[in-house]
Design a protein around this ligand. Structure first.
Ligand SMILES: [Zn+2]
Ligand SMILES: [Zn+2]
Length: 273
């Protein structure tokens, strides 16, 4: 997916400065954080100039005798097709082109050592799983005082307890008492901006989906907001009090066409909600 982005600095080694490697870090965000945009502190271990030798690599620097300072040597080998000449990194100076009278013990002459640093990264609202941000020049420092690589911050999205995200839209389920579904009313629905009241019309069936416009996720770069789709599940009580049972028995009679009071449904609502 990121082919070619990483492993920077892999070009020819000539003993001169090299660009440092890119680093990759994953940041896990909640939907709430993504909806608002968030500043995150990330800890990362990256190559920094060695503190012992101040990035020099050692004392008494001299040109490598093996490669003459080129950082590369030719290797001759025999193959079926005749003599082959390969150019490889100098094994004596490891491609740096120089050696030290006394190499730094901390960094073994590389001039770099791993240090933990904390970087803060501003993540804009509306990002999604798989998006990435590039922090230029925040990666490993380059060998021989070369420029630093980048940090690539990969965005991961935490699964939310209530909402399922698809692009800018959110999907949720909510339970509604069957009395409210039958008689109409309203229920509290959680959204990323806090709870809202959802009007439930009388005669609402289970699985009915309601759209709350603009309660979804923001677009990247402030482009509009998606919607929240709420699928209602009508809930039937699994335990009844004596009074509730009595009223439901009356309701059954009522449905069969006899003995029906006008205020019956209102009574039911009082008892069940
Ligand atoms: Zn050192
Ligand atoms: Zn050498």
């Amino acid at each position: 997916m990121f082919g070619g982005m990483f492993g920077g600095g892999g070009g020819g080694r000539r003993g001169g400065p090299q660009r440092g490697q890119d680093l990759q870090v994953r940041v896990k965000l909640t939907l709430e954080e993504i909806a608002e945009g968030v500043s995150k502190k990330i800890k990362i271990r990256r190559l920094e100039p060695c503190r012992t030798c101040d990035g020099a690599g050692g004392k008494g620097r001299r040109t490598c005798a093996t490669c003459g300072g080129m950082g590369q040597v030719k290797q001759v080998s025999q193959s079926l097709f005749g003599q082959m000449i390969n150019v490889v990194s100098c094994p004596k100076c490891e491609g740096t082109g120089h050696t030290f009278e006394e190499a730094c013990r901390t960094c073994q002459g590389s001039g770099l050592e791993r240090q933990e640093v904390t970087i803060s990264v501003q993540i804009p609202a509306g990002v999604a799983e798989g998006n990435y941000l590039t922090l230029r020049g925040e990666g490993n420092k380059g060998p021989r005082k070369g420029p630093a690589g980048d940090i690539v911050v990969l965005i991961e999205e935490q699964e939310h307890d209530l909402f399922h995200r698809d692009g800018q839209n959110l999907y949720a389920e909510a339970r509604v008492p069957y009395t409210t579904a039958t008689l109409g009313g309203s229920i509290r629905i959680p959204t990323l901006d806090g709870d809202v009241d959802l009007k439930v019309p009388a005669g609402t069936q289970s699985e009915k989906v309601f759209a709350l416009r603009g309660k979804g996720m923001p677009g990247l770069h402030g482009r509009g907001r998606g919607d929240l789709f709420v699928k209602l599940q009508v809930r039937v009580p699994d335990k009844l009090t004596g009074k509730q049972k009595e009223l439901l028995e009356q309701l059954r009679e009522c449905e069969s066409g006899t003995n029906c009071e006008k205020t019956f449904f209102e009574k039911v609502k009082e008892i069940f909600t």
